[in-house]
Design a protein around this ligand. Structure first.
Ligand code: FE2
Ligand code: FE2
Length: 395
């Protein structure tokens, strides 16, 4: 009988890793159960995973097809969005006020950027890789730079998506609020880029799976899919991820930077909940709602299962261990396991709140181990300040 594993073991490592990558893409496509979701994510999957459009080293063009919604009567139509707009104006901050003079040594074990348990050291050792203390610090430095690079690329996606939804939404108060978010995201791009280039001295390319999600929501003409993709999924997961790093890092500049970004992001996710709650619950047909419910689950799994830092593997691990061994190590390192789980703590309550966690889909969230966050507070009930206080352990 044909056995892929035994064929793989006969191949030189370079070809074995290419085959592993191809099998992973096919498995991913096979796992998508709703054909409408496959149709919506498929073209972006082709551009991101097969053609690797995010990694071509040239400006990447993503087609857009939404309509701009004008209203020359300027209605005051959404009081909650209006108050969010007021808070956003008052919450603006100048990126130059961060303590940029802080000297950052990304490989100093006394001031770690992230804890050691983000790498499965025992597993690397079992694969025959022995690292000096300096090499270990170097690998942790790379993994941190990789994570923050993905935060940066997500912020670029958020900047453009915020501009798109500002054009596309029908709520006038939402458009004014959206203008503040565009400014916030511009500032986030600036601070992450500055930290990576000035303090860590490293910048990784966009992860293919993140590119697929950004590409899909930028190209989709439906305004609510853009909201769901960016304001709820990407921003919700980013908020969880920023929270984990904020809590764990010992580096004071990164901590302060994340604290400021988290407070902005909490407003962005709040806006997503306000914009989608009524729309999904009362304006969509059940068929349209269930398509969005499936789409959200697939995107959530894409973010959880496929965020494997292959860009670090390609730089550091190729030839030393197989792509499959690397994936196993990243999937099981305790810090990474915790990181991936906690990322979802801020997303799941919002999916519930907007009506995308019906009893039909719950077993699949349970299977993925994500139902534990089901009863958490949604973004409309949790301000950025409260969130930071809870991360600081102050009630
Ligand atoms: Fe942001
Ligand atoms: Fe944001």
């Amino acid at each position: 009988m044909f056995d892929l594993k035994s064929v793989e073991s006969l191949l030189p490592s370079r070809y074995r890793d290419r085959l592993d990558e191809a099998v992973e893409v096919l498995t991913l496509l096979k796992e998508i159960r709703d054909p409408r979701v496959l149709l919506s994510l498929g073209p972006s999957g082709l551009r991101g995973l097969v053609w690797k459009r995010g990694k071509q080293g040239v400006p990447t063009k993503v087609p857009a097809s939404h309509s701009a919604h004008f209203d020359f009567t300027y209605p005051a139509d959404q009081p909650e969005m209006q108050s969010l707009y007021q808070r956003a104006k008052q919450g603006q901050w100048d990126s130059d006020m961060l303590p940029w003079q802080t000297s950052v040594d990304p490989e100093n074990p006394e001031v770690p950027l992230i804890p050691d348990n983000f790498i499965g050291w025992d597993e690397l050792q079992a694969a025959g890789i022995r690292l000096t203390e300096k090499e270990k610090r170097g690998l942790l430095h790379s993994v941190t730079a990789w994570m923050l690079s993905q935060f940066l690329h997500g912020e670029q996606g958020a900047l453009f998506a915020a501009a798109q939804v500002t054009e596309a939404v029908q709520f006038f108060d939402g458009k004014l609020y959206g203008a503040t978010q565009v400014m916030d995201e511009g500032r986030h791009v600036e601070v992450f880029h500055r930290y990576l280039t000035e303090k860590l001295g490293k910048l990784y390319q966009v992860n293919d799976n993140l590119f697929v999600i950004i590409d899909a929501l930028m190209a989709d003409g439906r305004w609510d899919l853009k909201f769901l993709g960016m304001q709820i999924m990407v921003e919700g997961l980013a908020l969880g991820a920023f929270g984990v790093v904020y809590k764990l890092t010992k580096e004071p500049l990164l901590k302060q930077l994340l604290k400021m970004v988290i407070q902005d992001e909490a407003r962005h996710v709040h806006y997503g909940v306000l914009a989608l709650r009524n729309h999904i619950r009362s304006e969509l047909t059940e068929r349209e709602r269930s398509e969005r419910e499936d789409w959200a689950l697939e995107v959530a799994l894409l973010m959880r299962n496929r965020f494997m830092a292959y860009e670090v593997f390609e730089e550091w691990g190729e030839g030393k261990l197989s792509r499959e061994q690397w994936r196993h190590m990243v999937s099981h390192a305790p810090g990474m396991v915790q990181f991936r789980q906690v990322m979802f703590s801020r997303l799941v309550p919002n999916l519930r709140e907007i009506g995308l966690m019906s009893p039909r889909i719950l077993p699949r969230y349970e299977e993925a181990g994500l139902l534990q966050y089901f009863t958490g507070l949604s973004a409309d009930k949790l301000s950025g300040e409260d969130l930071v206080r809870s991360l600081d352990g102050v009630s």
